[in-house]
Design a protein around this ligand. Structure first.
Ligand code: ADE
Ligand code: ZN
Length: 336
């Protein structure tokens, strides 16, 4: 249980979300609605049965269901509805800035055009900015279970829409697909003036975090919790202040940790590593940003000042401009 004071603070504090796969925000109810209007029949016949299937022993078991869910997304309207539903959650939860991942290859491989995907997502981001003041940026992720040549092809296609993207990322199955496999495409990403991020140290080793820093030259590490296996790496992350976008409910659901208390959150905070709290794939893992904050508050009995640090970190670690960052940090300092 968490106290009313902790609960109220979590809701009241402005937050940025830096690790969110838009396809992972696909709630079963919306999935069924879109499947029906697109004439697609689903393996699970009810919303309840689909939700019941969300029991995972590892990352791959989740990815199999997640890619299957994404198959019902065909038209611009589908991507728009999906994105707007996520942004409505942001509005409810006081997430004022979102850096949204999407997996272009999951869609282009099925014959859905890059343009359809980005138009639908971007129109929803624009609406949320205009109507609710939510700021955002968009980060296409390369699927690491596919080849680097496929990633390069995707990157070249993405350049048609270059003004929509702040950077590129790397996700999907970490085991067997090390950062070194994507060195060339990440160099192309930087040569074209983009930032980069990569999933590393989720199921894979601390070495993948080192290699993402040195070979891929990423500005942030997604997850990175296995960094605790390597003292030198922790020192380095503290020194260079490359953020970790940690996703507590995801780590629990995918059995990266067996209990929330095992998450190395206190170690990361004590070492002064720029750790942030995010939802990853909220429709599949049992909660959005605030539920993640609540879960760690319960597990670690965090004080409001510790929660304040995490909320401030979410802006410090974001890709927004310095003036904007300072504005939000000042506001967070003023919250009782
Ligand atoms: N794609 C969506 N969620 C992911 C995760 N947690 N790890 C790797 N790839 C993902
Ligand atoms: Zn992720």
């Amino acid at each position: 249980m968490i106290t009313d004071a902790q609960n109220n603070f979590i809701l009241a504090v402005p937050k940025a979300e830096l690790h969110l796969h838009i396809e992972g925000s696909f709630e079963p109810e919306l999935l069924f609605k879109i499947a029906e209007r697109n004439g697609i029949s689903l393996k699970y016949k009810t919303v309840g049965k689909l939700r019941n299937a969300y029991q995972f022993n590892n990352l791959q078991e989740f990815l199999d269901i997640y890619y299957e869910g994404a198959n019902v997304l065909l038209y611009e309207q589908d991507f728009y509805d999906l994105t707007l539903a996520y942004l409505e959650k942001c509005r409810e939860q006081n997430v004022v800035h979102a850096e949204v991942f999407f997996d272009p290859q999951t869609h282009t491989q099925r014959g859905v055009s890059f343009e359809t995907v980005v138009n639908g997502i971007q129109k929803a981001l624009d609406k949320a900015n205009k109507e609710w003041g939510i700021t955002s940026c968009l980060i296409p992720n390369f699927l690491r279970h596919l080849s680097e040549d496929e990633a390069i092809k995707t990157f070249k296609e993405a350049l048609q829409f270059r003004e929509l993207f702040i950077g590129f990322g790397l996700d999907s199955s970490e085991k067997g697909n090390p950062p070194a496999k994507f060195e060339r495409v990440f160099k192309m990403v930087h040569d074209e003036g983009f930032l980069s991020v990569a999933h590393a140290g989720e199921e894979g080793s601390a070495q993948n975090v080192w290699d993402s820093l040195h070979l891929l030259k990423v500005a942030r590490i997604d997850h990175g919790v296995r960094s605790v296996d390597d003292e030198l790496l922790l020192d380095e992350l503290a020194r260079i202040q490359v953020p970790l976008t940690v996703c507590p409910l995801s780590n629990l659901k995918l059995k990266v940790v067996q209990q929330m208390k095992e998450l190395p959150l206190r170690t990361l905070l004590e070492k002064n590593i720029l750790v942030t709290i995010n939802s990853d794939d909220p429709a599949y893992f049992g909660g959005y940003v605030n539920e993640n904050y609540k879960a760690i508050t319960e597990a670690f009995d965090l004080t409001t000042d510790e929660l304040r640090i995490l909320a401030k970190n979410s802006f410090k670690a974001s890709f927004m401009g310095e003036t904007e960052k300072e504005k939000w940090i000042k506001r967070i300092n003023e919250i009782e």
